[in-house]
Design a protein. Structure first.
Length: 57
């Protein structure tokens, strides 16, 4: 099962983490699956913890 292209949405501000783009400003390179992001990473828009994200269906 390929999970690397699944997008995740912040439940507080609606930021969408797209693994194809990553979060280069915070050191997350394109192609990084959400599951592979360090647990201490936070939403770049509102600072919410990784646990505040839900997988988009």
């Amino acid at each position: 099962m390929n999970t690397t292209m699944e997008k995740w949405k912040c439940t507080l501000c609606d930021y969408v983490y797209d693994p194809a783009v990553g979060d280069p400003d915070d050191g997350i390179t394109p192609g990084t699956a959400f599951e592979d992001i360090p647990d201490e990473w936070v939403c770049p828009w509102c600072g919410a913890p990784k646990s505040a994200f839900k997988k988009l269906e």
